[in-house]
Design a protein around this ligand. Sequence first.
Ligand code: FE2
Length: 292
Amino acid sequence: MGFLANFVSPMVAEVTGLDCGKPTPPEDLARLKQLFLEHPVVCIRDQILGAREQGAFARQWGLLEAQDRSAFCHPDDTDVLILSNDRRPDGSQIGIVDAGDFWHSDSSHLSEPCRITMLHSVKNPAKGGDTHFIDMRAVYDAMPEDLKKRVAGLNAIHHVSKTLNPRVAVSTERAGAAEYYKQREKETKPVAQPMVRTQPETGRQALYISPRFTIGIEGMDDAQAQPLLDELFRFMFSNPIWQYTHKWRDGDLVFWDNSCLNHMAGGGYEYPDVRRMHRSTIAGDRPFYRAA
Ligand SMILES: [Fe+2]
């Protein structure tokens, strides 16, 4: 049987002819996992999936993380989180509204960030709702040698609170967001992550920082650290060839490797133009840097 894979770019593969609502045949799963190591964004088209089927597909890739926003977990599988701007008749939100509105790698503010994020597109808005990706392996590969030397072995400081980070802003669409992030600022410790992250399976290096979560560099004064971060962020956005914009179709199941990418929700849609995605996240290990 097998599936068809179309290589959109070094970062992206598009898969057709696979039904993720059924257990994946072992030979297909092995091939898909190999494909995913080379192309860290995979889009499987035309999937009709309930939350239960999505959860079952995702569990073939590793341990699913418990979602920390229980109000928005799917009742059919609580490891599946609803991202949506849709509202109930009483006006309350049915899902997370402002997920991923700045460039980031998922949960890099945790000591063991999630490795894979899976999003199933249930309903796309008439306009907007794209997701943008940057291949941080390609960014690292293209960095000048002296810049690589300056970051090798350094750890960056990551923090979840937007109120600690002048490079981002708190969404005005989400009620109580400023108070939420102020509270997280007080309660949450920063986490140090290697600025260059080695992919364990392949040994490939990727620049591992993001405008959303990286707020400093361990052991370095801000007077030196912030200009270095600015330089790295400028470089990361300097060549569109490292970027990919996913224009969603209903039924797309897209998953990506957080060890070597940044991504961002593009927005550009407004209620009552509804977007609904179902997300599951697969646990990862402690990031590390191993010199090549
Ligand atoms: Fe994200």
